[in-house]
Design a protein around this ligand. Structure first.
Ligand code: HEM
Ligand code: HEM
Length: 144
């Protein structure tokens, strides 16, 4: 397949990544807000938890979409995976976002998961930065 034929796919990747970072930012805000109300022992606004859950689901879907685009695009281009560090960072981010989603949704039942949730999310920020950086670097190969 010729190189430019995949450009549109990487363009979708770039946009989805922008959206993912934005969603992460909103999750950090709504999460910190919940933490604040809990530590002040004040009842929190009803909207906060559903909002955080919807944003969380959007982030998971976006990351899975990016994983799909990455794998389909790379297989289409080279016929095999493992072209760069981007693969390792990509898989790490997928694993982290899934741990975050599972731990978050069980915080009610096991409160120690709160630390897992917050910890993975801090790592996730580093992961998102690495995957954006490496993705941006490999995408240069495809630019005309
Ligand atoms: C990946 C998708 C995510 C899902 C499904 C999710 C889900 C949840 C759930 C269900 C809770 C518990 C709410 C409650 O106490 O009833 C929670 C709490 C929280 N989440 Fe998330 N979350 C996600 C991502 C994130 C991200 C990316 C951040 C930060 C960058 C974050 C930060 C927090 C914080 C700070 C809390 C509050 C914990 C507390 O009250 O002590 N979450 N999340
Ligand atoms: C969470 C976000 C992302 C995930 C999970 C992800 C995942 C992947 C995976 C698993 C591959 C296969 C890599 C290989 O086998 O070497 C890949 C390839 C690729 N991804 Fe991503 N990706 C993400 C974000 C991005 C972004 C933001 C860009 C840039 C716009 C991008 C551009 C590419 C390109 C150009 C390739 C082809 C690999 C190459 O030519 O070396 N990705 N991605």
């Amino acid at each position: 397949m010729n190189l430019p034929s995949f450009l549109w796919l990487w363009r979708i990747a770039a946009w989805s990544m922008g959206l993912s970072l934005f969603t992460y930012f909103l999750l950090a805000i709504s999460g910190t807000w919940m933490l604040y109300f809990r530590s002040m022992e004040r009842p929190r606004p009803d909207i906060l938890r559903p909002l955080h859950l919807i944003l969380g689901s959007i982030l998971v879907l976006l990351i899975l979409l990016l994983l799909g685009i990455g794998i389909v695009g790379t297989l289409g281009e080279y016929g095999k995976l493992g072209q760069s560090l981007h693969l390792i960072f990509g898989i790490t981010v997928v694993v982290l976002v899934l741990i975050s989603a599972v731990s978050g949704s069980k915080i009610n039942r096991y409160s120690w998961l709160r630390f897992v949730h917050i910890g993975t999310n801090l790592l996730l920020l580093l992961g998102l930065i690495s995957v954006t950086w490496t993705g941006w670097t490999v995408v240069q190969k495809y630019l005309p």
